[in-house]
Design a binder for this molecule. Structure first.
Ligand code: ZN
Length: 221
């Protein structure tokens, strides 16, 4: 803690809220902005804010971002619950997904996951396909949380899901029709290290919020 500084880019005067970085800006006088940056939430406030105003606005902006997330992805909570249910039913509840989100930038894969944080991403191209196909992709990614490679052990896990072969055929057919007949085993996913940043970037733009501050620190917009 210390006096609010008038320098650009000085961080919070308050004890940190977990995962939130507050940046004071001298140029900023009438707006507060917030956005996601990977795991962090960055809140940009006017340099002249008092600690009380800072505390108030950080709370408010974090709530706004969370509300915006829920509006944008009303069905992602349902997807996560579905994944948890599939893990219980077919994988002895061993896979514990942390999130399931739709992504639009995944043209060559139906799904991907990051075992380190147990996050799963599904291509929006799956939207509108039969539920048992979506379930297959979820079970596939859940199994990758346990076994990252397409090993024999991996496919043995997938045998628990009764429509694995049928769903793989369905997706291979979709690939064939779309002119990707050679995708073969890669009809599902290849885990790539650069996936999470790309997804995070897409979410970054989508989750920025800016509010105009009135004279008494009230939102006017
Ligand atoms: Zn796979």
């Amino acid at each position: 803690m210390g006096k609010p500084s008038s320098n650009e880019g000085v961080t919070s005067t308050l004890p940190g809220v977990d995962g939130v970085e507050v940046r004071r800006s001298r140029r900023r006088t009438r707006t507060v902005s917030a956005y996601r940056d990977g795991e962090r939430t960055v809140v940009l406030i006017p340099a002249l804010f008092t600690p009380a105003e800072e505390r108030d606005w950080v709370e408010r902006m974090v709530a706004r971002l969370e509300a915006a997330d829920r509006r944008r992805n009303p069905d992602e909570d349902v997807l996560l619950q579905r994944a948890q249910e599939l893990s219980r039913r077919y994988l002895a509840d061993l896979a514990q997904p942390s999130s399931v989100v739709w992504v639009e930038n995944q043209l060559n894969r139906w799904g991907s996951c990051t075992p380190a944080d147990a996050s799963i991403r599904l291509s929006t191209r799956l939207q509108g396909m039969p539920g048992w196909v979506l379930d297959y992709v979820l079970v596939h990614e859940l199994a990758h949380l346990l076994v990252p490679t397409h090993s024999r052990h991996f496919w043995a896990l997938l045998e628990a899901y009764p429509r694995t072969e049928r769903a793989r055929g369905f997706l291979a057919g979709m690939d064939f029709a779309a002119g990707r007949p050679d995708s073969g085993e890669g009809l599902d996913d290849l885990l790539e290290e650069d996936d999470p940043p790309v997804a995070a970037l897409a979410r970054h733009d989508a989750t920025a919020e800016t509010v105009v501050v009135g004279r008494r620190g009230r939102a006017t917009g």
